[in-house]
Each structure stands twice: as C-alpha cells, then as structure tokens.
Design a protein around this ligand. Sequence first.
Ligand code: TEU
Length: 615
Amino acid sequence: MTALHGPDDDAPRGGWPAGDDPAAAPWWTRAVVYQIYPRSFRDSDGDGVGDLPGILRRLDHLADLGVDVVWLSPVYTSPQADNGYDISDYQDVDPLFGTLADVDALIAGLHERGMKLVMDLVVNHTSDEHPWFVNSRAGRASDRRDWYWWRPARPGMEPGTPGAEPTNWRSFFGGSAWAFDEASGEYYLHLFDTKQPDLNWENPDVRRAVHAMMRWWLDRGVDGFRMDVINLISKTIAPDGSLPDGEVHYGVLGDGSPYYTDGPRVHEYLAEMHREVFAPYLAQGREILTVGETPGVTVEHGRRYTDPARREVDMVFQFEHMGVDHGASKWDPVPMRLTDLKATFGRWQAGLAEAGWNSLYWDNHDQPRVVSRFGDDSPEHRVASAKALALLLHLHRGTPYVYQGEELGMTNAHFTRIEQYQDVESLGHYAEMVEHGVATPEQMLAALAAMGRDNARTPVQWDASEHAGFTSGTPWLEVNPNHGEVNAEAAWADEDSVLHFYRRLHALRHDVPVVALGDFRMLLPDHEQVYAFTRALDVPSGGGGERERDELLVLVNVGGTPQDVPAAVLDGWGGASVLLATHPGPDGADRPGVVGHLAPWEGLVLRRRPTLPPR
Ligand code: TEU
C-alpha cells in the first residue's frame, strides 16, 4: 500500500458543518451535473457521429430538465483509439465534433441558460500521435524522452521477446501495459491502450505544460474539469528507478494497480495544480467545479482528495458501488446483493460526512445502464425501477451526475454478436480472454452484454423515427431497437415518465436544503430488498434565529415483489408528509395505500418538520 501522506498532513479538517446556513455551502452541493458523450448525443451533419452543433440544438432539453452543469466528454483532436480519451491536441477540437467556435457557442449557450460547462481533462496519458510523444519516441536523447515512462527490457531478457516487459502489469484494456519500441529497444508504459502512453508526472515540465493548458481553457470560459483517472498519475518507483511486478489474479499478467493507484505524490500534484491553476480564478470569485475520477480510490484517500482544507479537488468519482456485481474482473458478473450496495454507499457517506464530498452516479460512458444492471428493463418494470433507483441515489448526500439517456430510462443494448461491439476495452478483453482460453466466446459475449461500455454508448433516443432522431445518416453504433417506446419526445409528453421524475428530483435538490446537505443515516443494513435511510438538517425557522430539525425518511423497494416496511422504521413518522413518491396516488396525490407497504419498485420520501404545513 502506498503511504498516506500529502503536502500538509496536519491541515485542519475542513468542510462546512451541515448545520450552518445552507446557503453558505458551495454551489455545487445543490447542483446536478449532466454528462454528454458527444459522439452519441446528437449528430447535426449526417455523418452518423454526434457533434457540437447537435448538442447546441438540445440545450433546452437540458435546461428544462433542471441541469446546472454539463460535463462534456472529450471533443479534442484525437485519432479516436479510445473515442477521444487519447488526445493529440488539447487546445483544438477534432473536426469529427466541430470547431473551437462551436465550443465557444456551447459555453455561451449554456451560460445564457444559467448552466456551466465542465471539460474532460485527460492528462494521465496522451495519444501516441500527440507531438509530445512523437518527440519523446524520436530517440533516447530526445528532449521530451522523460515526459513519458520509458524503461529497458527486464534484466537478462532479450528486448521485444515475450516476458521481457519491464513489469508484468496488465493494461485496463487487456494485454501488457508496456509497448515495445523497436527503434530504441525500450518499452513505454500505457495503462490503457497502446495508443495512450502515460505521461511522466514526476517531470515538472509535464506539470507546467498541463497547468498552462488548463488556464487556457479557463480563460476561454469553461467552468471546471472532470479529471480522467487523476489518481493514477503518481507511480510508485523503487530507489533504482524500477517499477515492481503485480500479483497475478488470472491469466498470465499481473495487477499493477497498487503501484499506480493513489500513488505517493498524487496529493502533492493536486495541491500544486490547485495552487497553480484554480486558486487565482477562485480568488476572483469564479465558480469552478473540479471532480477527480479516481478508480480504486479508498475512502481515506477520497476524504483527502475532497477535504476543502486541503484544496485539491471538490469531489471524487469513486467506483466501489460499480464493483458489487462482479468478481475480481468486471467480466465475471454476479448478481448484486442490496446489502453490499448499502455497505459501500454507507461507508462513503460516513467517510465524507465531516469533510469532503461525494459524487453520486449510476451511469456514465464506461458503465452499463443502471435500469438493466440494478433495475429491471422489462416493459412491466422499466419505468418504475428507473424511478426507484433514481430516487435512491439522488436522496443521498453528494452531487448527482445524470448520464445522457438515463433520464429517459434508456436500457442496455443487448448485443448478441462480437461484430456489434466497437469499444477498445471490450474488444481487447474479448481477444485476451478467448485467446488465452480463460473464457469461451459465449461466456465473453454474455459478460460484454452485461458489463460492456458500448451499452452506454448507443445513440440517445430523441424520438421514435428511424435512428431515434439521432442522425440522418448511419449511426456509428446501433440504435437501441426499443427507441419506439423509449425516447425524449414521448417522455416530455408523459407526466409520469422517468424524465419528469428526474425533473422533480432536481427541483428538490435545488429547493430543499436537507436533500443536499442533510446528515445521512443508513437503516435496515441487513435487509436484502428494502433500502431505507434518513437525512436530517437543522435549518433556520422564523426570523428570530431559532432552528428546527428538517428530517427525511427515504424508503425504496429494490425489487419486483411487494415489501412491508418493518414497523420500527416508521416509528415517529405517522404525521409525516410525502415529499416525493414514484407511484402517484389515485387522486394525483403522491402516495396510495399505507406507507408501511411498498409496491414492486416503489420509492418514497417522507418529511417531518415541525412548522411545515402538511402537503
Ligand atoms: O476510465 C477510467 C477507468 O477506470 C476505466 O478503465 C473504467 O474503469 C473502465 O472502463 C470500466 O470498465 C477513464 C475514462 O472514463 C474511460 O472512458 C477511458 O477509456 C479511460 O479513463 C482512459 O482514458
């Protein structure tokens, strides 16, 4: 394990106690972030790939949904080996998506609707076609050689032969994490694809170049960054400069993650980035959001990254809850147990309760669609389970992220043939696992159908027309055939749709402080189908400085069979009002029947606050 240390370990624990004036908490505690994966959002020129002008035509969809911030996945110049997460020019836009003028128009369009733009910052690695790497690869004496991780073959081994790689690390996309360079006889590190060489953050010139690029975007008007795998930028190096081998869990390659996850200098690098990039803008009163994507992060490091007193990032995207339905590898799917989900969510809620801040998400461009994964995407239960899961997540303490199409209850693609897949990660693992006899093609196709990233990347379903209104051309990835029923046009027209339910969740976060800031307490930790918790916040009442306790009880049936709520949970909630419910009552009120009985996939939020009039 890497030592837990940072530049100012004895810094006072930061944070704003939830009980202070809610308005004093940072703006992003009340914000909703919407992620756009541009290549699948909306195509304006008929080439079958989404683009920036296509996004511009859908800004009112976002504003009406109640979105505060748009996180835009990469649109920079890129050979598209990893759909743009392999960048060859950080300060230009790939013609596939449009131009810098289109980004300027997007910034203006969002700002005039009261929304902000957060760009994707991918600086653990560049594309192998970035001029920095082209220079670095030119030879051992090139002036940017030390901008990347170059190492000789394993001692005693013939360079370029199997097993001669400097370490046994597996890349995230299958195969060795080292690529051999014939010209120099050395290897370069790529934790992801061979076309994504890792930058050497030990080199201060690399850090200075990244900081300058970030300031260039902030000066252009962007409102922050989502920092791709930012907790992987510091590698653990032995005194002789070598990198250690990892443990072999399956196949022939090892797990190097203990030697690059939350590495020894990562907090130093982020504190330096905050000082060199963000502090001057924040001092001018700019509202900036920084979120670190941190695969494998521990709660302890998560608290260090997000403790305001440490001035690193505002919040982290952690992955623990994304691991409750698979074994050592994501390609080994197992049914999710609700108690495991409660344990991890509860751990993170407690871990960041006093200092730090959570991101809350189910979906993004790397994960299967939650309604298929943890819900039930059958016609009978798709809408109800999508609403129930949304209510469960959005009532936790943290900033919620909505991934494009999640607000429509879009489902997994349910592909059946390997030819339907396009994702470099899926194709890489399919090849490695089948080639090494670790899995049969049928086993891998089942794993891809459940966990593959393409599930999240099928085009957004705007209407029931051909290609779901996404493109007038041939879509780069198949449109889900259920777009006839599942689409934005139908959702806006249906008051009971998943979309309108997301709108009501967003309104609660904006208007009811206890939703954003209330203390969290998990209930029923051992119940396998009912998810229950409370939120509580002391809020000002009247004008005389008095305070009162605003409390919520959240109850969700995470399953397709009716459930009774244990009476002990409901003690003291008899007079509570219903703040939100997934199942509208017969008279349009928010709740049928008896609170103690939950219909399949039913969720509701009770509220008790002494001075509130009953709803
Ligand atoms: O993903 C980081 C990451 O951990 C992914 O490997 C993710 O966990 C995995 O795909 C889930 O199976 C970020 C980006 O979100 C992803 O799209 C990129 O491919 C990756 O970094 C490299 O930039």
